[in-house]
Every structure is written in C-alpha cells, then in structure tokens.
Design a binder for this molecule. Sequence first.
Ligand code: SOE
Length: 384
Amino acid sequence: MHKLRTAVIGAGFIGPAHVEAVRRLGFAEVVALAEVLPEVAKAKAEQLGLTRYTSNIDEVLTDPDIDIVHVCTPNHLHYPVAKKALEAGKHVLCEKPLAMTSAEGEDLVKTARAAKKVAAVHFNNRCYPLTRHMRALVETGELGEIIVCNGVYLQDWLFFPTDYNWRLEPEFSGETRVVGDLGSHWLDLCEFITGCRVKELCADFATFIPVRQKPKKQVEAFAGKILTSDDYELVPVKTEDYAAIMLRFDGKARGNVTISNVTAGRKNYLNIEIYGTKKAVGWNSENPNELWIGRREANNEILIKDPSLIHASVRHFCDLPGGHAEGFDTAIKQTVRRVYAYIAADGIAKGLPVDFATFEDGLRELRLCDAIVKSARENRWVQV
Ligand code: SOE
C-alpha cells in the first residue's frame, strides 16, 4: 500500500503540530498545506518544508491524490471544509469544536456515515499515557464508584485588553469562547475517563474584559503576548472570559469545572480530579507525566509516567521509557497514529473498534455546549 497522503487545512497554531505528528508516523506524508491567505500559505509551507501550498482550499479537498484532510482552520470553517472533504471521499481529522452549531454537527455525522470514511475529532487529551491510565483504573474498578469529578481548564493568553485573536469573534469562533474552546476538552476527557455522562448542568458566565483593543493585523493563539504594535481599534467582546459549571452525571457522580483564558499564570492548565469510593486520581496538562493518587487509609502517591508502571492495557501510549517526558506534541502523535492505523487497516469495512474520538463525540460536545449556554442565559439547571 502507498503511504497515506495528507492535506492540512489551516496553518495557525495547531496546523503545524498536525504536520509534525503525521511526519512522525512513518507510513504517511503531508503533501499539501492550504491556508486562506496566500502569503501565509507560502510562509508556513516554507517554514515546514512543504513544497505544495495553496490558498484555494477546494483545490486540495477535491484532489484525488489526497487520502486524508486535517481541518485546522478557525471554527467557522470546520463544517464546510469537513463536509466537502467527506463528500469528495476523503477521511477527515477535524479540530474541536467539530462545528459552530449542533445542527452542523448532526449534518457532519450523517455525511460521514454516508461517505463511509473515517471522521475523527482531535481531542488530544485522551491520548496521554496517564489519562489512559486513569481510564483503566475506572474500568477495572480500582477507584470504586465515581462520586466527584472536579477540575479547571485555565489559560492566561487573553489576560490583557490588548490580547486579541479570532477566538474572540463569534463569527469565527461560535456562540461561546472558553466553553467551546476549552470546556469541550475538559468535558470530553471527563466523560471519556469516567464513562459517566453529564445529564444536567448549571452554568455561570462572566466577561471581565468587555472591550478589547484589536490589533489591525492577524494574531495567532498565544502569539499576542509578544506583540509590540500599538495599532489597535476598540471592539466590544460578546463571548465569555470565564465559565463555572456544576454537573450532575448519570449514576451518583457530581462535579464542577471552571474555565477561563484570563487567569494569570495559568498557561494551558487542564486539571482533572476523579474521586471514587475507593481512591482518587488527579492529573494536569502542564505536568502530564505525573499522576496524583489519593487515599484515605494510606499515603498518597505520585505515579511517574513509565511503561513498566502504568496499566499494561495502556502501555502502548508510552513511546519512551520512564523519566523521558512525553507531552502535548506526543499526545497529538498518539491520536493521529490511531486514526491513521484505523484507516490503513480499513477499519470501517472490517468493523474494527475505534480508539479515537469520532464525529459522534464531537457532536456530544456541541450538545453539551448548547446546554451550558442555555443554562447561563436562563440562569438555571438545564437537562442535556
Ligand atoms: C487555544 O485556547 C487553544 O489552542 C485551544 O484551541 C486548544 O484546543 C488547546 O489545546 C490549547 O489552547
């Protein structure tokens, strides 16, 4: 079989990380990069050593030589690009959130089923060795019955009124900001680890910076921190800087999560703590090679990521021995590897089990986001 051939659409913060992840697999190659602005397409392609680049997205979506399309654009393009790619017979790996609305998400799920193509969503936090270990501890009953799921997803890259990015604009980002961008990760991870499903929730939103100074040139996620330009215009902010959500799951579990990108000092801090009737576990994305294990009757422990120490069933999520840190980029590689292995094995035709987040999982997050927005607007508990 030939190497799988990939086109990456969108070359902002995450697109280059996808390019690198595909290259690390060995059985696939990135053959094209597409980006809306021609000068950005050219500059990014040169940086990444890609010879084929274009600002005509349709040209790569319909190219018969491309097998897989990675959708790494701003959110508003996820739906049209993923849909067109599926209809052109491509497999798709789409960044989260899957779409701008649940209706778009439903249509993408239908389109993927009809196309019989692999349709994956990039929830990379599922693919750290220690988040998989947490899941294995739940599945084997070692935590007991889950009673409390608690956490945060905090960042500070929009802390100043001069910090700006397309994620602040609902036309590009969607109705929510931190909930769709960060909450979707936390909620997906929580349901994935625990197997508990949120059935009701109550949300509180705040926008602490109601007016921002928008730079007159384009700024990527996180990059505004080093911007020196004083060429700004004042714009009102329509989406939330902060959300706090109380959760009731099916079964006994209760939980809460706080999400923000205006919290000083927290760079990209997803923290999740799962408390069971036997013991507890806690993990965070800024220190992903350590897992806290909490007990009542004995000392607490720190488990260091090490293939010889983590659950045997998830050992294959470690590529390196203990003491050799694996991080954000490795989790992306692990996700991409599983999607590509499934494609290479003809997983749909053979009915193989999937080991990555699908468009159905992406739709689940969109529905949770809808319920969260409704709850915050109506100031009440909402059923999912
Ligand atoms: C920006 O908030 C962002 O890049 C998210 O869009 C990603 O999904 C997250 O991994 C890191 O932060």
